[in-house]
Design a protein around this ligand. Structure first.
Ligand SMILES: [Zn+2]
Length: 84
């Protein structure tokens, strides 16, 4: 009889572990979603949170002015460039 209980306990543990795995998987999906929101400077590869203030990004781009990098060079996905 005791053996059966041990087996049941093991099954319960396994079930719980699967539950935890599912939860951590859901967490990693959330993480990659957050990564998509990250802005990265194309020039120096510095990363910023996706919800970063655009002014902050423009300030960052200005730090590259001496190497003639513009906001559009640093964050091409954010810069709306008029067609020439
Ligand atoms: Zn940069």
């Amino acid at each position: 009889m005791g053996k059966g209980n041990v087996q049941k306990a093991a099954q319960k543990r396994e079930k719980n572990q699967k539950k935890l795995d599912a939860q951590s998987k859901a967490g990693s999906v959330k993480d990659s979603f957050n990564k998509n929101l990250t802005q990265q400077c194309a020039f120096c590869k510095q990363q910023f949170l996706g919800n970063v203030n655009r002014v902050k990004l423009e300030e960052h781009a200005q730090t590259h002015e001496k190497v003639k990098k513009t906001f559009a060079d640093c964050f091409p996905s954010l810069a709306e460039q008029p067609e020439e």
